[in-house]
Design a protein around this ligand. Structure first.
Ligand SMILES: *Cc1c(COP(=O)(O)O)cnc(C)c1O
Length: 376
């Protein structure tokens, strides 16, 4: 008999989601207005703290796009972007016909390398144009080197767009990811730590900014009795149904973070005795990861990645390659890149492991068995 599939990061409902969806049906607020949206935004605002404002949108990608629009990014502007990420981080730069400048990772957090970032800024300045934004990612839930990156952003007065799509619940020096950027985004796609089925939010500094973001997200319709539009808008607002799922999910967010961190402890024990495989972990006590996904680096001379991947898939366990860096993607061929290709090396020797908050003890035993086979 085929064993049940272990997924990489499946959705994990808390129990109250249907109640809030029912509430939307009962009141007939089915579309982009309603109580669930207000409550979901409020819950996130309370969670993140620092008096920040949250605008609920249709996806994390939409949130990044809106962030760039809010910062006035347009044709031929430079936008600095972490290369090691999911393609959704970078695509909105092209939506705006701007020019991405890719930056490599450092080895501690796998996010923006401060040295390479500064080289990229200097390059843009040498071309006569200051970059309009720096997109900093907290990949796999690991916060980027916040102090170092913010210092560079301040020094050159460039706004940060924080892509914390994967990092809700993670912290740097006890402050939440999603609160460091001039604008920050979080994703609630089905595979993220909590979900709204599909959705995202933009985190903003003021009520005025939130108002403008929602205006742009609803076709930039002006406050007149007829339909009046002076600039390009989008249909990017979250639906009241999705927000209902989000409300339910917010109630169990802390538990989900705890469960994902317990998965990490499990992997730490399970991999400890396997030579030539390294689990990616917090570099020091400043970093607190939600461990959205657990990832390993493998000594390819001993274990070809393909072999490990096959061992897992023979047992019906899903694993995935790490994100392939943008500077190595055909789509982004020809754009400049700063760094020594550390991200490319990580990509070639890494693997993502099942990390869902609903990973059972039975699943864990099956995964342990694979690592047992890899002991040499
Ligand atoms: C998921 C993800 C996004 C995009 O979010 P969506 O809600 O899927 O549009 C952006 N950046 C990163 C790093 C992601 O993992």
């Amino acid at each position: 008999m085929k064993k049940q599939k272990i997924w990489l990061s499946p959705p994990h409902m808390g129990g109250n989601e249907l109640k809030y969806i029912q509430n939307a049906f009962d009141t007939n607020w089915i579309s982009q207005y309603g109580h669930n949206i207000d409550e979901f935004e409020k819950k996130l605002e309370n969670y993140l703290g620092k008096d920040l404002q949250v605008a609920a949108l249709s996806s994390g990608t939409a949130a990044i796009h809106l962030a760039l629009r809010m910062l006035g990014v347009g044709k031929d502007d430079f936008v600095i972007c972490q290369s090691f990420t999911f393609v959704a981080t970078a695509n909105p730069i092209l939506y705006q016909k701007a020019i991405p400048v890719f930056v490599d990772s450092e080895s501690l957090t796998w996010n923006l390398c401060p040295n390479a970032l500064e080289d990229a800024v200097k390059y843009c300045l040498s071309q006569g144009r200051k970059p309009k934004a720096i997109i900093a990612v907290s990949l796999y839930g690991m916060p980027f080197m916040v102090d170092e990156i913010l210092e560079i952003a301040r020094k050159y007065e460039i706004p940060i767009v924080e892509d914390s799509a994967e990092a809700l619940g993670s912290k740097y020096k006890n402050e939440f990811c999603g609160t460091f950027g001039n604008l920050s985004i979080i994703s609630f796609n089905g595979n993220k730590i909590i979900t709204t089925s599909g959705g995202g939010v933009l985190v903003l500094n003021s009520k005025a900014d939130k108002k403008r973001a929602i205006y742009l997200a609803t076709q930039a319709k002006e406050d007149k009795i007829y339909y009046s539009h002076s600039e390009i808008g989008y249909n990017y607002r979250m639906s009241n149904i999705s927000a209902g799922i989000g409300r339910g999910q917010m109630e169990i967010l802390e538990e989900r973070v705890k469960q994902r961190r317990e998965n990490h402890d499990f992997y730490q024990k399970s991999i400890a005795e396997v030579h030539n495989i390294q689990l990616f972990s917090e570099p020091n006590e400043n970093f607190y990861s939600n461990y959205w996904l657990n990832t390993i680096l493998v000594n390819e001379n001993v274990f070809p990645i393909e072999r490990i991947k096959n061992l897992f898939s023979e047992s019906n366990i899903e694993t995935r390659y790490l994100w392939k860096p943008m500077h190595l993607q055909p789509l982004y061929k020809g754009y400049v890149f700063f760094g020594n290709n550390l991200s490319g090396t990580i990509f070639e020797s890494g693997l993502c492991l099942p990390s869902g908050s609903n990973l059972t003890n039975n699943c864990k035993s099956r995964i342990s068995e694979i690592f047992h086979k890899l002991k040499v």
